[in-house]
Design a protein around this ligand. Sequence first.
Ligand code: FRU
Length: 485
Amino acid sequence: MAWTTEQRYKRYEQWTENEIQQIKNKIATSPWRATYHVEPDTGLLNDPNGFSYFDGKWIAFYQNFPFGATHGLKSWVQLESNDLVHFTETGVRVLPDTPLDSHGAYSGSAMQFDDKLFLFYTGNVRDENWVRHPYQIGALLDKDGHIQKLNKILIEQPQDTTDHFRDPQIFNYHGQFYAIVGGQNLDKKGYIKLYKAVDNDYTNWEEVGNLHFENDNTAYMMECPNLVFIDEKPVLLYCPQGLSKEIVPYDNIYPNMYKIGQSFDIKKATIIKPSPLQNLDYGFECYATQAFNAPDGRALAVSWLGLPDIAYPSDRFDHQGTFSLVKELTLKDGKLYQYPVPAITSLRTDNIQTFANQAQTKNCYELELEFTTDSQTEIVLFADQEHKGLRICFDIKNGQVTVDRSQAGEQYALEFGTVRSCTIENQATTATIFIDKSVFEIFINKGEKVFSGRVFPHENQNGIFISEGNPTGTYYELDYGREVN
Ligand code: FRU
């Protein structure tokens, strides 16, 4: 179905019960619903928003267009979790229902103030000429799930910025609240602005200046900037749309990248001695990663396993997009590691086996693999009887991992290629792989490098086949433990 602008921006209250029921019926027939990855109840899931800790629980929202697998009028859908693995929808939404967010509740972050959770987000507004007005606005969520919008613009579009100005991230730096916002300057170059909460009042923001992080000035827009601190070092994650591939090679339509700084000079709005820019993920899908420092200091991140402007095979079942697993970010020897939180092992069932070929699985498992020095291994996941599926090659001798999805299920986004690879520096190599119906996440060396993506397997693609080498390891069947909502 080709969506018109009118259909995509139809007001929520104008969708009938019957139309919504039809969408639900269609989703119920999808072969590709994930189990332990967060998915939209209906329609499209894009960015993670408002990832935070509040009232003794972990909170995250997913951005959603509920009426089909397309980018339409967006709202936020609240999830809560006790363990960062099991998430449930609470029924609370940030709706696009005021003059300051009439065309979408766009991305943003959250922070607890007193007994409320402050949601800091972008109100997307289109005027009668369809000109965009991005407003940085706020709302308060109380412990009973009521949302009170502040109904005022907290940060206006700056003079030196086009209408691409969005995705505020609030953070606490040594007791003072700051925010960064992604934007595009009048030369159509992406940049990030830093703001300060005057007297720590989250309704009163003053500009500090542009954030200095040795921006190469090749991207045309920085979406979803996030600044976290790991061992006091600033780590800046963002999505530089249009980044030159000469700066960092990447294959996806838009990349999600990061830099690690040696230190942070807040007065000069400067990340000091930033590392070269690097890919956060080497797979086919990973975007709009949201990270924050939890009250216990850990840096936690969750990504959208999807990309803007891509059609997915699941679209015809009226759903698109999942979250990644929640990953803890750490630094080891100056390198960023990303690895699922420890509670992920709670998904393991009693079905634990030595890693070997399997004709049929439920496509819902974790693998822990080890490769010996100088070995060459190739495994096929989502494998059919002819051993066609997701091919993963671990060339330890040459320090190369390659993931090929050209024979794995229904193909899509072909113009961006079907193979991804990355180099690894450590000879002793392990891989931890999570498979969930139509999602894969591969963590090399406990998170030194990560490949994430989607696969939409054919009906008979559910086996495991070792096509080369003798990897050792363990297979754990996983079970979410309760009904998926
Ligand atoms: C990133 C993004 C954000 C924006 C949101 C709108 O995927 O484009 O920059 O706030 O999605 O849905």
